[in-house]
Design a binder for this molecule. Structure first.
Ligand SMILES: C[S@@+](CC[C@H](N)C(=O)[O-])C[C@H]1O[C@@H](n2cnc3c(N)ncnc32)[C@H](O)[C@@H]1O
Length: 256
């Protein structure tokens, strides 16, 4: 992600590393709190498209420390060269469209910001079907993906941000939910996440949140996250329909 955005010459991300952003990871852990009591004492956990693995490992620690669970963890990505090696965690190079696991292997699968990288709806559908196959009955899948409030915003993003959109299957909120509903029995919207707007569309947004031209990306993101924490971004978003890079929601999918 970082490399992709930099290669566009937009320099959207400089020193900021989303993978290590503890505030963003913390928000995700609220989704875990919502489902922790539905998990067994001894959990098999799969972190899919995990990259460095920080978020997925934080979930394991959270379940162990806060809920006294025993967590047996597998972390995968198509390139695990950057994945941090951690004691007791299995790390595998894996392509999501064909998972090398037997049916019904995992109690919990996490894929934050992963499945929308499939270029077509069919490919994304294959990944979701694989996730469902490896989940145990009543297992839970937690995902987080970008969506846009309407079709115009999706098309606008494709124009402005062609390199990124070419590599992603961008959707409206309704499309995102219906894609998951085709495959999983229960789809629950769990938690709003901070949104980071596109540079080119940001003038009004920046004014509202006191972001100046000279601010570093770290300062911008700190301000946005603080606005999010007061619930301002979420409400402004739906009221004014500001256009953003992502408006992330975690979705809990509970397979029965
Ligand atoms: C934006 S990163 C998210 C990393 C991590 N889940 C997190 O939240 O910090 C997306 C990751 O998904 C992986 N990925 C995307 N599509 C994949 C596929 N079809 N098979 C395996 N990995 C994939 C990429 O290699 C990348 O590391």
């Amino acid at each position: 992600m970082e490399k992709m955005i930099k290669s566009e010459g937009k320099n959207l991300i400089t020193t900021y590393s989303w993978f290590n952003d503890t505030a963003v990871i913390e928000e995700f852990l609220y989704s875990i709190d919502e489902i922790a009591l539905n998990l067994p004492e001894d959990i098999t956990l799969l972190g899919l498209g995990s990259s460095v693995g920080n978020l997925d490992y934080a979930v394991k620690q959270h379940l162990e420390e806060k809920y006294n669970k025993v967590v047996r963890m597998t972390i995968t990505d198509r390139y695990t060269a950057d994945t941090v090696k951690r004691e007791g965690v299995r790390v595998l190079d894996v392509e999501n469209k064909s998972l090398p696991f037997t049916d019904e292997s995992f109690d919990l699968v996490i894929a934050r910001s992963v499945t929308h990288y499939e270029k077509t709806k069919e490919d994304e559908n294959s990944v979701l079907t694989e996730i469902k196959r490896v989940l145990k009955p009543n297992g839970i899948f937690i995902t987080e993906a970008p969506f846009f409030s309407n079709k115009n915003d999706v098309e606008l993003l494709k124009k402005i941000h062609s390199l990124v959109s070419k590599n992603m299957n961008l959707k409206t909120y309704d499309e995102l939910v219906s894609l998951h509903k085709e495959i999983f029995s229960t789809v629950l919207i769990a938690k709003k996440q901070p949104s980071i707007p596109l540079k080119t569309e940001k003038t009004n947004f920046n004014k509202r949140y006191g972001i100046s031209e000279g601010d570093s990306i770290d300062t911008e993101i700190t301000k946005l996250i603080s606005a999010y924490r007061t619930q301002d971004i979420a409400s402004v978003w739906s009221r004014d329909n500001d256009f953003g890079w992502t408006v992330n929601f975690a979705i809990l999918i509970n397979q029965k």
